[in-house]
Design a protein around this ligand. Structure first.
Ligand code: HEM
Length: 179
């Protein structure tokens, strides 16, 4: 997992819960990196999972809720750092339908070792999009946060439902209907 995902996460934890919480979750985890991240580095996903698990235990907020809020923050990072990619779109459905064939393709050019999910388009009309998310990292809640912010970015809104296709949520169906 890319360092930018860790640095932005710890910044948000500090912002919302204070620097003591950052120390607590780092100290209660067993981290090869010792909790020192640079935005261009690459670190094991298990480190993020430990940080999230300990944050969840200390705040009583579920990992999925934490991931969704984190993704909403991460969208502002995307806006700041990858505005060129966003500017190629004028419609949220078009943008979300292009994650697999364009957006994450561009991400991989910048970070060849990025660990990205796949998003298969099952159905697409101007008002509706059905996607299948697949990733061994089970971060569909991160996807949900980014999807909500994508609609907000274009001053639109949508009803987004999802259905876990297996227990571990490595495959999740998203049903997105523009309001
Ligand atoms: C992961 C970039 C748009 C869904 C990531 C990562 C980066 C990234 C850097 C982390 C990869 C790693 O740590 O190895 C971007 C950029 C975008 C964009 C620059 C737009 C310009 C989106 C959108 C979605 C999305 C719109 C909406 C669903 C995800 C998910 C992950 C991810 C769910 C977590 C990894 C996983 O589930 O396996 N993206 N992304 N991304 N992205 Fe994107």
């Amino acid at each position: 997992m890319k360092g930018i995902v860790f640095t932005e996460f710890l910044d948000l934890v500090e912002d919302k819960f204070g620097i003591e919480m950052v120390d607590t979750i780092i100290n209660s985890s067993n981290l090869k990196s010792e909790g020192v991240y640079t935005s261009v580095g690459t670190y094991e996903f298990s480190e993020m999972l430990q940080l999230l698990t300990h944050l969840s235990e200390n705040t009583n907020i579920s990992i999925d809720d934490l991931l969704q809020v984190y993704a909403e923050h991460f969208f502002s990072v995307i806006k700041r750092s990858y505005s060129g990619v966003l500017e190629m779109y004028s419609d949220p459905i078009e943008m979300l339908a292009s994650i697999e064939n364009h957006i994450h393709v561009e991400v991989r050019k910048i970070y060849p070792d990025a660990e990205l999910p796949t998003f298969q388009v099952l159905e697409k009309t101007p008002k509706r999009l059905v996607l299948i998310y697949k990733s061994s990292r089970s971060m569909h809640a991160f996807g949900l946060g980014l999807m909500n912010k994508t609609f907000e970015h274009f001053n639109e809104s949508a009803t987004i439902e999802f259905e876990k296709l297996n227990d571990v949520a490595t495959e999740v169906k998203f049903i997105i209907n523009k309001n």
